[in-house]
Design a protein around this ligand. Structure first.
Ligand code: NAD
Length: 491
C-alpha cells in the first residue's frame, strides 16, 4: 500500500467467520495508522453483537467434529502454521512494525515468541494426558482425561499483535476447542495475516473465527451464552470489567491486566553489565510492554551512579521509524497515547519530580507526522505522584531512591499492580529475599524483562491478573480443558 494512500482508498477489514472473510455489521470504523508515519493503513470495522453471534454459531457447528479429531491431527495443523510463520517471518515482523511502531528487531522478537507458543502447543499429545489408577477399590479403576470446553474466545491488546493472540489460539484449538479472536482495533493487520496462514493449514471452517471491533464486541463475548471461556489481555480497568462480566455469565476467565513494574538496583549490582538491560526494560518497545520497567529503585549509595548511567543510556537511544536501520526506539501507538504520555511528564514536573531527560522535545525530522515521544528520566519520584503510581505505558523512567532493600520491597508491596519486577545484585541472599517477598508473579534476577517462555505460565497477581490459570504453558492446557474422572467396574 502506498504511504500516501488516503483514508477513502483503504479498505474496511472483513471478519473471518465459518472459514470465510465476510463484511462486519458495523456502523463505525476505526482508522489504523502507521504510528511512525501517521498515515491510515487500515480501517477496522467496529463489529456488533450480531457478528459475535455469527462467529459463535460457526464455532459451535465446528466443535463436535474438531473435538473428535485426534489430537495429533490437530497438532499437525499447528506444525503447518509454524512452517508458514517461519517462511513469512520477515513479512510478519514488518507488519507488526508498520501497524504498531516497534523497531523491526523488537517485532522479530515478538514474532519469535509467537512461534514458540505454537511450538509448545504442538506438544498437546503429551501435555493433554490425564492420569489413572487401577484398583482404587477391589476391581475398580479410575482414570482422568482432559476434554475441551467448547467455544472459547480471546481479546487482545494493542502492544503485541503477533505474540499475545498466540498465548491463547494454539493452546485453545490444539486441545479441541473452537475459537473466536478479537484483535485490538488499533492493530488488526498482523492477526488478519495469521488467520490467512491458518486458512492454508487444513483447518476446518469455524474452528478459528476473527471478529474485529472494540468495546461492543468485548461485551458481546462476555455475555454470549455459547462461549465457555474468555481470555483477556489489556488494562487493569477493562480486565476487571471483563472478569466480572464474563464470570457473572458463568464463564471460565483469565484476565491479564496492567502493570507498574519496579526494578531494584542494589549497591553490589554489576552496573557496567546491567545498565543496558535496565534501560532496555524501560525503553524497549517505547515502554509499551506489560513487563516494562517503570520505577527504578536504587538502594543506598548506588543512587547517583545508577541515575547517571540511566540518563546516558536514555540519551544514547535513537528515536525514529522502527522500520529504518539504526533506530532503537520507535513511536508510541497513537497521537492520543503520545499526548497522554506527555501529560504524565508534565504532571511529574508539576508534582516536583526532577526531570533529567525530557522526551517531550524529541523530534524526528523525516517523520514529522509520527507519534514520537522520546525517552524521559525523572529523579526524586515519590509513590504519591501520578508518575509514581499510575501506569504510563510509555518511555518514562521514574527513579525512587530508597535506603534499604526492605524499603524497596515495601514500595512494591504497596502498589496494587503486581505483574513483573527485577532485582540487580551480586548477592544471592538479597536476590532470594527479594524473590520470596515480591508481590509480582514474574521476577527477574539480573534480568531486565522477566518474560516467561511459552512453556511456563505468564501472568501477574493482584490488579495485574484476575483468574486462576495463567497464559500458555501447562496453565494454557489446563485453562482450555476440563478434567473428567471416570470410575469403572467390569462384572
Ligand atoms: P485496553 O484495555 O485499552 O484494550 C484491550 C482490549 O480491550 C482491546 O481489544 C480493546 O478493544 C478492548 N477494550 C478497550 N476498552 C474497553 C472497554 N471499555 N470495554 C470493553 N473492552 C474494551 O488495553 P490496550 O491499551 O490495548 O493495551 C495496553 C494495556 O494492556 C496495558 O495496560 C498493558 O499493561 C496491558 N497488557 C497486559 C499484559 C499482561 O500480560 N498482563 C500484556 C500486554 C498488555
Amino acid at each position: 500500500m502506498p504511504e500516501a494512500a488516503s483514508r477513502a482508498e483503504v479498505n474496511v477489514l472483513d471478519n473471518f467467520i465459518g472459514g470465510r472473510w465476510v463484511p462486519a455489521h458495523a456502523t463505525e470504523v476505526f482508522d489504523v495508522h502507521n504510528p511512525a508515519v501517521g498515515d491510515v493503513i487500515g480501517r477496522t470495522p467496529l463489529s456488533s453483537a450480531v457478528d459475535v453471534d455469527a462467529a459463535v454459531r460457526a464455532a459451535t457447528v465446528a466443535f463436535p467434529a474438531w473435538r473428535d479429531t485426534p489430537v495429533n491431527t490437530r497438532a499437525q495443523v499447528l506444525y503447518k502454521f509454524k512452517a508458514l510463520l517461519e517462511r513469512h517471518f520477515e513479512d510478519m515482523a514488518r507488519i507488526v512494525t508498520t501497524e504498531h511502531g516497534k523497531t523491526l528487531d523488537e517485532a522479530r522478537g515478538s514474532v519469535r515468541r509467537a512461534i514458540e507458543c505454537v511450538e509448545v502447543a504442538c506438544g498437546a499429545p503429551s501435555l493433554m494426558q490425564g492420569t489413572g489408577l487401577e484398583d482404587i477399590s477391589a476391581g475398580i479403576d479410575c482414570h482422568v482425561v482432559r476434554q475441551p470446553l467448547g467455544v472459547v474466545a480471546a481479546i487482545a491488546p494493542f502492544n503485541f499483535p503477533a505474540m499475545v493472540p498466540m498465548w491463547f489460539l494454539p493452546f485453545a484449538i490444539v486441545t479441541g476447542n473452537t475459537f473466536v479472536l478479537k484483535p485490538s482495533e488499533q492493530v488488526p493487520l498482523t492477526q488478519r495475516k495469521m488467520v490467512e496462514f491458518l486458512q492454508q493449514c487444513d483447518l476446518p471452517p469455524g474452528v478459528v473465527n476473527l471478529v474485529n471491533g472494540g468495546r461492543d464486541v468485548v461485551e458481546a463475548i462476555c455475555d454470549h451464552p455459547g462461549i465457555r471461556a474468555v481470555s483477556f489481555v489489556g488494562s487493569t480497568a477493562v480486565a476487571k470489567q471483563v472478569y466480572q462480566r464474563a464470570t457473572h455469565a458463568g464463564k471460565r476467565v483469565q484476565a491479564l491486566g496492567g502493570a507498574k513494574n519496579f526494578i531494584v538496583v542494589m549497591p553490589d549490582a554489576d552496573l557496567e553489565r546491567s545498565v543496558g538491560l535496565i534501560a532496555e526494560s524501560f525503553y524497549g518497545c517505547a515502554g509499551e510492554r506489560c513487563l516494562a520497567g517503570s520505577i527504578l529503585v536504587p538502594v543506598g549509595e548506588v543512587h547517583h551512579e545508577a541515575r547517571d548511567r540511566m540518563v546516558r543510556a536514555a540519551k544514547a537511544l535513537s528515536v525514529g521509524d522502527g522500520a529504518q536501520p539504526g533506530v532503537t526506539m520507535g513511536p508510541v501507538i497513537s497521537a492520543k497515547h503520545r499526548d497522554r504520555v506527555i501529560r504524565y511528564i508534565e504532571q511529574g514536573v508539576s508534582e516536583g519530580a526532577r526531570l533529567l531527560v525530557d522526551g517531550r522535545k524529541t523530534k524526528v525530522p523525516d517523520r514529522p507526522n509520527g507519534y514520537f515521544v522520546g525517552p524521559s528520566v525523572f529523579d526524586e519520584v515519590s509513590p504519591s505522584m501520578a508518575i509514581g503510581h499510575e501506569e504510563i505505558f510509555g518511555p518514562v523512567a521514574s527513579i525512587c531512591p530508597v535506603k534499604t532493600i526492605e524499603e524497596a520491597i515495601a514500595l512494591m508491596q504497596a502498589h496494587p499492580n503486581a505483574n513483573a519486577t527485577s532485582i540487580f545484585t551480586s548477592s544471592g541472599k538479597a536476590a532470594r529475599e527479594f524473590a520470596k517477598h515480591a508481590t509480582a508473579s514474574m521476577v527477574g534476577v539480573n534480568i531486565g524483562v522477566a518474560a516467561p517462555m511459552a512453556y511456563f505460565p505468564f501472568g501477574g497477581a493482584r490488579d495485574s491478573f484476575f483468574g486462576d490459570l495463567k497464559a500458555h504453558g501447562r496453565d494454557g492446557i489446563e485453562f482450555y480443558t476440563d478434567k473428567k474422572v471416570t470410575i469403572s467396574r467390569w462384572f
